[in-house]
Design a protein around this ligand. Structure first.
Ligand SMILES: [Zn+2]
Length: 263
């Protein structure tokens, strides 16, 4: 083992990709092997899955690979970072793993960098089709009269679990107060929506916000950054004011698993 390899902290113990990792990586390549173009989704669900998660820089490089890849650019903070992973078909994965030249590595690296820039937070968030539902709620929020505000029943802090999800005390207090003030109102608005549309818009939006959360989290954003990112996204979608956006996002933090429980 040469010194460079021993000093190198990039390569870490192998980590099994989570379901979310797999989803994000599949979405990143539009479910198509970025090398050969074959579909990575098998329509016959019972068959074994068609994609594999490949390391761009190897998890356990051979001595030859360490030498071949000396000094190359590497993505992410370590080998198990999702940025160092890419969804490939099994054939291309095997081929990439066993015949890796510096040239092939650099090609794969460029491919991933292109995918990353294409699927940046904004693009992914802007595809979410929730604006019509939220617009109605925002209209209601923005048009709240004094008597409406008085009719919003406050919740007790005890009933809520924002503090179990947010560690930053200022952000936690901020979100909690918005939840307490508006939670029931927003929930009612969703129920009205669901009755009139005969579909579960709350669940749909919650799933989208949750997805947006994971996109931000995967990009390494902290709690505050994620919260403001989600708010900015909402503002860009429905042109509401910042306070309304914060109220809506606070609702989802409380209600819908946006933000995971702190470990
Ligand atoms: Zn392939």
């Amino acid at each position: 083992m040469c010194m460079d390899f021993m000093d190198d902290t990039y390569c870490m113990d192998r980590r099994t990709p989570t379901k979310y990792d797999e989803l994000l990586l599949l979405e990143e390549v539009d479910s198509i092997c970025p090398v050969c173009g074959i579909s990575l989704i098998n329509k016959q669900a019972k068959k074994k899955k068609q994609f594999e998660i490949a390391h761009i820089y190897p998890n356990s490089p051979t001595k030859e690979e360490v030498k071949e890849l000396m000094g190359v650019e590497r993505l992410g903070s370590n080998s198990e970072d999702i940025q160092n992973w890419i969804a490939l078909c099994s054939k291309c994965h095997t081929e990439y793993d066993f015949h890796k030249t510096k040239n092939e590595y650099l090609k794969m690296l460029e491919c991933k960098k292109k995918l990353l820039s294409e699927s940046d937070t904004k693009r992914q968030l802007s595809e979410k089709n929730i604006e019509s539902e939220l617009a109605n709620i925002i209209v209601n929020l923005c048009n709240l009269s004094q008597s409406d505000l008085e009719n919003i029943s406050p919740l007790s802090y005890d009933a809520l679990c924002v503090s179990e999800k947010i560690s930053n005390p200022l952000l936690c207090r901020d979100i909690s107060s918005k939840v307490v003030d508006y939670y029931l109102f927003i929930k009612e608005q969703f129920e009205i929506q669901e009755l009139s549309n005969k579909k579960s818009s709350l669940e749909l939006i919650a799933a989208n916000i949750k997805h947006a959360y994971y996109v931000c989290k995967t990009e390494g954003l902290d709690e505050n950054q994620i919260f403001s990112n989600l708010c900015n996204w909402l503002i860009s979608k429905i042109h509401c004011d910042n306070t309304s956006a914060q109220i809506i996002i606070a609702f989802f933090v409380q209600n819908c698993d946006a933000y995971e429980k702190l470990s």
